[in-house]
Design a protein around this ligand. Structure first.
Ligand SMILES: [Zn+2]
Length: 348
């Protein structure tokens, strides 16, 4: 079995690989036997799983999850390693609760997933530990922070997260923070932008390099991507980004970005959310995203935040969207969630 010297190298051998072009977007049935034969020799690594947003509210990952894409039964067998998302929504910026939320998300990964299922998961922070978990027929469980605002503008917190086991961080989420521009609000003139990374943002990248934490550019503005690529001395990753040539959503990477990432040894893992794979779906969801984006930082209520509700509404606008993500549509739940938040809007 191949030994990886770094996590970035390990991630490079993950299956969702670039480049993808529109002509390549054709279907080919893949059998379980084919998947099994590949995953016997190669370690399948998923670099972004948001199931932590459910486990933090009490969901047990061993329970069949008919509304989402992850549960233990579906992970077992093929999956070698999972990066669980330490997702910190933009709403936690208000009142400086981002670090509190990050610590809770770290705890749900370590307590509710890994410690609760010791026969299935093993905590990992290095490539060698991923390989060791694979040889024990367990899933290596790693963590990546989503949203650079989680460090509350402090390199000290960044170092604390590393000590707790975090091994990548997206420089932004959908919100621009105090040191990095996001693609999510770059057209919003009310947001203070920085033309990519500020000097402190570049220090964040350098400190991540020094620690050995992967720099993740998923969700960043294009200029932030190019700044991070220039500053970083280690290969950088896109843990969950797709191709703009396939769907022009700005969350996706242009061919030039993909080539630049690859030229410096980086890795891109494809996001299977429909908006990022289908131009038609992306177009259909644009109006509701634009309408609701100013409310993305509102506090979540009853487990539904405005951004998630907007996503649900977008799905309903495109009922014949691609089924790539295996999503089972549940219109009633989404509609109720939107009603509760007062988010019903035209056609939503
Ligand atoms: Zn994301």
């Amino acid at each position: 079995m191949r030994r990886f010297r770094s996590l970035a190298a390990a991630a490079f051998f993950a299956p969702a690989v670039l480049p993808v072009t529109a002509q390549m977007a054709r279907t080919k049935p893949v059998t379980d036997a084919e998947v099994a034969s590949i995953t016997r020799d190669a370690i399948l690594i998923d670099t972004h799983d948001d199931i932590t947003s459910k486990t933090v509210d009490g969901y047990d990952i061993a329970t069949p999850n008919r509304r989402g894409q992850t549960d233990l039964a579906r992970m077992k067998g093929f999956l070698g390693a999972e990066f669980f998302a330490v997702y910190v929504g933009a709403e936690y910026v208000n009142g400086n609760h981002s670090a509190n939320r990050a610590l809770q998300m770290i705890d749900t990964t370590r307590t509710d997933i890994i410690a609760a299922h010791p026969n299935d998961f093993v905590f990992a922070t290095t490539a060698d530990e991923i390989v060791a978990a694979h040889s024990q027929h367990k899933i290596a469980a790693l963590m990546g922070i989503e949203g650079g605002h989680a460090i509350e503008d402090s390199l000290r917190l960044l170092r604390d997260y590393y000590v707790l086991g975090v091994r990548y961080m997206t420089l932004t989420h959908f919100n621009t923070n105090n040191w990095a521009d996001s693609q999510g609000d770059f057209e919003d003139t009310k947001v203070k932008h920085h033309n990519g990374l500020t000097p402190f943002g570049k220090d964040v990248v350098r400190e991540m390099n020094r620690l050995g934490m992967m720099v993740d550019i998923s969700h960043t503005a294009d200029k932030t991507f190019y700044d991070a690529l220039e500053v970083s001395t280690a290969p950088i990753i896109a843990s969950h980004s797709s191709c703009r040539a396939v769907s022009s959503h700005t969350r996706n990477m242009t061919d030039d970005m993909i080539r630049a990432l690859a030229a410096k040894g980086g890795t891109m893992q494809i996001n299977f959310d429909c908006a990022y794979l289908s131009q038609r779906y992306s177009d259909a969801t644009k109006p509701i995203m634009a309408e609701l984006r100013p409310r993305f930082q509102e506090p979540a209520s009853a487990g539904v935040n405005v951004q998630a509700a907007a996503g649900y509404a977008g799905r309903r606008r495109c009922p014949d969207r691609p089924r790539s993500e295996g999503w089972r549509h549940r219109p009633c739940r989404h509609r109720h969630g939107l009603r509760r938040r007062g988010l019903r809007s035209r056609g939503a």
